[in-house]
Ligand binder design. Structure first.
Ligand SMILES: Cc1ncc(COP(=O)(O)O)c(C=O)c1O
Length: 303
């Protein structure tokens, strides 16, 4: 990795916004996964982009479906959350990563890989990040952030990409006027990285979150046996399928039980996935997690 391949941002969302500004015009086409992070979808909407979604399976984005779409459409970029995806928890396999990069080179589109959960692995080491392609492939942009491994309020993240991409991102009025996106905080965090404090924090988070993941899995097994899900290997989320249950309606009703969730539909650019829920285990400890699942059970009993 060379310093010229790195670019400091004010978080992953800011990086996505900047990439949209520099690489797209309103009306341009992009591809996303179905499901995908709902606030990234909002950023793409803010930029007036047309979004086509590619279905996923347990190995992440379906590359056969992608190839089918590429036969007729040319996206400006593909947005993927390749590791411990928000919301599905899925991870793109190594073989599919390589194929995706090959297709990006062949059809000349960017792969924007949002890798914010890459370091939060609990039971399985994920394939290498897209950042590893960045120095030799001009079509790959790896977006990352300190939000999940340190604190979201810092508003600090980074892009790792080929130096040609970094040059293009750097020449903007926004950057030149501000002298960088978050220089003060980045200097503070640099000290933490150099002292080994960040690594220690990541190790602590991985231990803590692994316990919370197990607590949510045990509670779902015990209290919501009809829920269908795959146990995630990292990240923050369970993507739960409850056939026949409308997530939006359930969320509204869940307020009475003082428990919250995100309805699946939010994560679809096509208003689908209505009977999915995203449950997060990152914020509360094991006891509160179990209590939350019990409240959801009670809410469902009266649904
Ligand atoms: C996939 C994904 N990208 C980006 C973000 C936001 O990151 P940041 O706080 O660095 O803007 C989140 C936070 O939930 C996320 O899940």
């Amino acid at each position: 990795m060379e310093p010229g391949d790195l670019f400091v941002t004010a978080g992953a969302c800011c990086a996505l916004d900047l990439l949209c500004t520099q690489y797209t015009q309103p009306g341009d086409l992009i591809f996303v996964e179905q499901p995908s992070y709902f606030l990234a979808l909002r950023i793409f909407e803010d930029h007036g982009l047309r979004v086509v979604s590619i279905p996923m399976d347990d190995d992440g984005m379906r590359i056969d479906e992608l190839e089918g779409k590429l036969a007729e459409l040319r996206p400006k970029f593909i947005y993927t959350i390749p590791t411990f995806q928000n919301p599905s928890g899925r991870t793109l396999s190594q073989a599919r990563r390589e194929k995706l990069v090959e297709l990006a080179q062949q059809y000349d589109f960017l792969v924007v890989a949002d890798e914010v959960y890459h370091f939060l692995a609990y039971s399985q080491t994920p394939p290498g990040p897209f950042a590893a392609f960045a120095d030799h492939v001009e079509q790959v942009v790896s977006v990352n952030s300190f939000s999940k491994i340190l604190a979201p309020g810092l508003r600090l993240g980074w892009i790792q990409a080929h130096e040609e991409i970094i040059k293009r991102l750097s020449v903007s009025g926004l950057l030149e006027s501000g002298g960088g996106m978050n220089p003060y905080t980045s200097a503070l965090v640099r000290g933490l990285i150099e002292s080994g404090g960040l690594e220690e924090n990541i190790a602590r988070l991985r231990r803590e979150y692994a316990g919370r993941l197990n607590a949510l899995e045990a509670a779902l097994r015990q209290h919501l046996p009809t829920a269908e899900y795959t146990i995630p290997q990292g990240g923050f989320f369970f993507w739960v399928h409850l056939p026949g249950v409308d997530g939006t309606e359930l969320r509204r009703k869940a307020q009475e039980y003082k428990v919250d969730l995100r309805q699946g539909e939010l994560f679809s650019s096509r208003e689908e996935m209505k009977d999915y829920l995203r449950l997060s285990f990152s914020f509360y400890g094991p006891e509160a997690i179990e209590e939350g699942v019990k409240r959801l059970r009670d809410c469902l009993a009266n649904y």
